[in-house]
Ligand binder design. Structure first.
Ligand code: ADP
Ligand code: MG
Length: 586
């Protein structure tokens, strides 16, 4: 378990503050994460990594010369928001373009892709390679669907070395794809991890048993077996990875970097005993071992588990590009290799200049931003009015914090929206700022999901001109897809998806049939309200309520109810703002 914290919701933020205070030689705090506190050459491709917090040394611990230029750091096990990723990328950019690389998870892909679009729209070149090393998470034919685990490190190092060597963005991306293709990992877990303040681990493995195919966010394994001996485990890991040799590689005489990674609670001594046998087996297979790594490179709090990664550099002479890149020296808070020349510190002015500014919207969009602000106001009022009732419903099968979580998130969103409007922001920027503040401050599942919802709607509003009704409907549809991608719940699982999906479908249909936004929104809000009430009959299959499912039959889902209440109230605000405009136009 995790023993020390203040306010669980503040844990990630306070952890980053302390990490930076302890490592100022390497990193500085920037909005959304950390960036190097040292300079890098003008025109060098900026390597930006990131993901949820709770995996130290991934991701902040891997920022420094020879490795990443910056890391976007989300809340615990939650993707950084698009705004965070964007802000971190802006801080890292040296004028040579930005390269994103991170583990392949739906939430991260959603947010990094959105940031990438924004950078490109501003004329900053940006490319991405997601890491897909976990061989157990999808079949070989669907390698692109695999998730990223400890193999992040080898891909990060390869692309960072390429950037250091002066490769341009396209060439860095080529190295990224090659390194990812050459990186395969496989892991097991003996216990799950427990987040700060949580009463229970995210999953548990029966005593004496082992989950095979671990995830690093408390995803339970894919199969289970008895715990073997250390040698037995080494054999299992190596055997599996030898069935996963990348195309074009001959095992005999292949040069391989092995990474034996502890997930948090396993001791170095245990790892060394396992590695002893791993090394024998690789050597027996004819493999030439290069620069072995045994230690903690990507953790999952107190999870007891281990993974083996094989990074296939190539076979001797023919293909030595990855091997040459691997010689690059690295100096970061948590990872060092070779010796790096002393670095010049970035000056304070350069650091200050990355503090975010708002690009002003045009007049039409600033007027839409006023409606957005009014809608966020309404949202806050609605949540405040129902805070106790939402808490009470959540306590039936969940943890009773839905009301206060929504309150924290929506109030932070309102403050951010006000600040954006005061700075002259258009509609999109105003709602984006609100979305980021919500997901940063709310905590809880619904906080992350509301961040996704608002950010998706924002993405279709623009900062120039007035969006039409179809754009708003497209934004809501993107929100609906974003939430199901992110949270993996489907209609019928008893979550807010049960209200959001019919809301979006009804809105789109009504607008396609020619209704105006105000009428279409009302019809859609009614559909959401009916659907939310109907969740009372369902058994929860997602979220923390799943564990106590039976209790909740007869009570509707709190997330679906709050969504329907908000949709209804915002509909009234849209109507009021539309009638005001009519008056203004006579
Ligand atoms: P937490 O569950 O972290 O305490 P809240 O209490 O604020 O967060 O929100 C609970 C609500 O979150 C649930 O009622 C449900 O509507 C929603 N929810 C939980 N998990 C998911 C999911 N995977 N997808 C969509 N909605 C979810
Ligand atoms: Mg809750």
């Amino acid at each position: 378990m995790t023993r020390l914290w203040n306010e669980p919701a503040d844990f990630a933020d306070e952890m980053i503050d302390g990490f930076v205070a302890a490592n100022e030689r390497y990193v500085r705090r920037v909005p959304g994460g950390v960036a190097r506190s040292t300079t890098s050459p003008a025109g060098q491709v900026a390597i930006v990594i990131g993901g949820g917090s709770g995996h130290y040394p991934a991701f902040g611990g891997l920022v420094g010369p020879g490795l990443a230029h910056a890391a976007a750091m989300g809340n615990l096990f939650a993707s950084p928001s698009a705004q965070q990723v964007y802000a971190v990328a802006k801080a890292a950019d040296n004028g040579g373009g930005v390269f994103f690389t991170y583990g392949n998870y739906a939430g991260d892909v959603l947010n990094f892709d959105a940031a990438q679009e924004r950078l490109r729209a501003e004329g900053v070149a940006c490319e991405t390679v997601t890491v897909t090393d976990d061989v157990f998470s999808a079949t070989r034919d669907e390698k692109h669907k695999r998730r990223g685990i400890a193999g992040d490190l080898t891909v990060f190092r390869a692309v960072a070395a390429a950037a250091e060597a002066g490769y341009d963005l396209g060439e860095v991306a080529r190295i990224g794809r090659l390194a990812n293709e050459r990186t395969r990992s496989f892991g097991v877990a003996f216990t799950g991890c427990t987040l700060p303040g949580a009463a229970q681990p995210l999953f548990s493995v029966p005593e004496g048993r082992m989950a095979i195919g671990l995830g690093i966010h408390g995803e339970p394994g894919i199969a289970e077996s008895d715990i073997p001996s250390a040698d037995g485990l080494a054999e299992l890991l190596v055997q599996k990875l030898l069935t996963e040799v990348p195309d074009g590689i001959e095992v005999e005489a292949a040069r391989v970097v092995p990474v034996l990674n502890g997930l948090g609670s396993l001791k170095y001594e245990e790892l060394f005993v396992v590695y002893r046998r791993v090394a024998q087996l690789l050597t027996d297979a004819g493999i030439d071992i290069v620069d072995p790594h045994v230690g903690e490179y990507c953790t999952s709090f107190d999870m007891a588990g281990v993974s083996l990664t094989l990074f296939w550099l190539g076979s001797a002479e023919e293909d030595d590009e990855l091997e040459t890149l691997w010689q690059t020296a690295v100096d970061t808070p948590a990872y060092r290799r070779g010796s790096v020349a002393p670095q010049e510190r970035a000056d304070a002015a350069a650091i200050a200049s990355v503090v975010e500014t708002v690009e002003p919207g045009d007049e039409a969009s600033r007027s839409v931003a006023q409606t957005v602000l009014a809608a966020v106001h309404t949202l806050v009022d609605t949540v405040d009015e129902h805070v106790e009732e939402l808490g009470r419903i959540d306590a039936v099968a969940g943890d009773g914090d839905h009301g206060i979580g929504m309150q924290r998130g929506s109030h932070a969103a309102l403050a951010a929206a006000i600040a954006a409007v005061e700075a002259g922001a258009g509609a999109q920027t105003t709602l984006e700022r609100a979305a980021d503040a919500w997901s940063d401050k709310a905590g809880g599942t619904s906080g992350a999901l509301w961040g996704v919802i608002l950010a998706a709607v924002a993405s279709r509003l623009g900062d120039q001109g007035r969006p039409d009704a179809a754009s708003v409907a497209a934004g809501v549809a993107a929100a609906s897809r974003g939430v199901t991608d992110y949270g993996k719940a489907e209609v019928g699982d008893k979550t807010l998806v049960d209200a959001l999906v019919p809301f979006s479908a009804t809105l789109t249909r009504a607008i396609e049939a020619g209704a105006g936004l105000v009428d279409a929104w009302r019809t859609a809000a009614d559909a959401a309200t009916r659907a939310a009430a109907a969740t009372a009959d369902l058994l929860p299959r997602m979220g923390r309520a799943r564990t106590h499912g039976q209790n909740s039959v007869g009570t509707p889902d709190p997330g679906a109810i709050s969504l329907a209440l908000i949709a209804t109230a915002v509909g009234e605000t849209l109507a009021a703002s539309a009638s005001q405009k009519e008056h203004a136009h006579g």
